[in-house]
Design a protein around this ligand. Structure first.
Ligand code: HEC
Length: 165
């Protein structure tokens, strides 16, 4: 057995540990309160949604050239992102009045949780429809995207403040 062969199991073990430990370390944000992390993550979730919705909206409006494959990638992401259960991102004590400046989430979310989740459900359904037709040509994509856009607006109208302050 040469030196390389002798060390191979150790290397594999080290690599395995690195793979297991690195994400754990990255996730242990010990200095941050759980409320801060929840606010950060729910806003990041919305930013990701916008990252995929922006391009299909531009294609729907004709501001960006329609491309079936690109539209389908964004639409599939939107289906996945809108299937994410958001309840853990809204712990108690993280409404705008508790955390002015950090969040626009209105107390109505906690006061009318069923309505909030129903609005989220409409959004999930609308995004599944966008994913269903994304490759079927610009007119079909546009119709589904404009419809889905209403589900964003409906929730923002009732549950998101205009301003952070
Ligand atoms: C069921 C409710 C709901 C739906 C549906 C929804 N949003 Fe939101 N969105 C929110 C709430 C609540 C906030 C405020 C989060 C905060 O400030 O803590 C928000 C914030 C945002 C933000 C700002 C993120 C930031 O950095 O503060 C963007 C962008 C956004 N939403 C885009 C969208 C788009 C695009 C859609 C539809 C494709 C959508 N949202 C659908 C509830 C919703």
């Amino acid at each position: 057995m040469n030196a390389m062969q002798k060390f191979r199991p150790l290397c594999v073990l080290a690599l395995g540990l690195a793979i297991v430990l690195i994400p754990t370390l990255a996730l242990t944000d010990e200095e941050k309160a759980p409320e801060d992390v929840a606010i950060e993550h729910r806003r990041a979730h919305m930013q990701l949604i916008w990252r995929d919705f922006g391009p299909v909206l531009s294609m729907a409006k004709g501001d960006m050239e329609y491309d079936a494959a690109t539209a389908q990638v964004h639409a599939d992401n939107l289906r996945a992102l809108s299937s994410y259960n958001p309840t853990a991102l809204f712990p108690a004590g993280t409404a705008k009045p508790d955390r002015d400046g950090d969040t626009r989430a209105l107390p109505a979310i906690w006061e009318r949780l069923d309505d909030f989740l129903a609005a989220y459900g409409n959004f999930t359904t609308a995004m599944a429809q966008v994913a269903e037709v994304a490759s079927n040509g610009q007119p079909e994509l546009a119709a589904a995207v404009f419809d889905a856009g209403k589900s964003c607006g409906a929730c923002h109208d009732d549950f998101r403040a205009e301003k952070f302050e």
